[in-house]
Design a protein. Structure first.
Length: 178
């Protein structure tokens, strides 16, 4: 029996973001690319912002968004040439984002089911459904069929059903922040 070996960086990429894993290890995109750097920086800023909103118990706040942006950029090691673009992307997103505190379950919380790790961007639990929101910073339009067949969406729904059982339905929402 042949055993497949996985590089540590591939496993780390998969645990951070399945789309990133697919692009790097399946499609062959350079993981040091501007696309990757923008996505990592945006997610870092969004995570900081949501954490600040949860801590303060507020749905949105301009000052918290500003502080989250500065923290997120600092931790993401974004090249200076991309800061303006990420700033515009994050500011536009944050301006229209409101955290549903009544239904908030998790944000960028690493989930460790017995067989895999997944890290959803934002999870809401409502009486009628569990919704996983996944922020996308790239330019892509998916057809309904592509969205239904998306491996990351199906993987996250499967793991959400294990982590948070008992919801009548589970939904994966692509949140294209551009």
């Amino acid at each position: 029996m042949t055993q497949a070996l996985a590089r540590r960086s591939a496993v780390e990429a998969a645990s951070q973001c399945l789309y990133r894993y697919k692009m790097i290890w399946i499609e062959g995109v350079d993981d040091q690319s501007d696309y990757a750097a923008r996505g990592i920086a945006f997610h870092s800023c969004a995570h900081q912002y949501i954490a600040r909103l949860v801590e303060k118990g507020i749905p949105s706040d301009h000052e918290e968004a500003e502080a989250a942006f500065l923290e997120g950029i600092a931790t993401s090691r974004l090249p200076g040439r991309l800061v303006k673009e990420v700033r515009e992307l994050f500011d536009r997103w944050a301006e229209h984002f409101a955290l549903d505190l009544d239904h908030f379950l998790a944000a960028e919380e690493r989930q460790d089911p017995p067989d895999q790790v997944f890290t959803p961007d934002l999870v809401y639990g409502r009486p009628h459904e569990l919704e996983i929101r996944d922020f996308k910073t790239f330019f892509v339009e998916l057809t309904e069929t592509q969205a239904r067949e998306d491996w990351q969406a199906r993987f996250y729904i499967r793991n959400a059903m294990k982590k948070w059982p008992g919801f009548p339905s589970y939904r994966f929402t692509f949140d294209f922040v551009r």
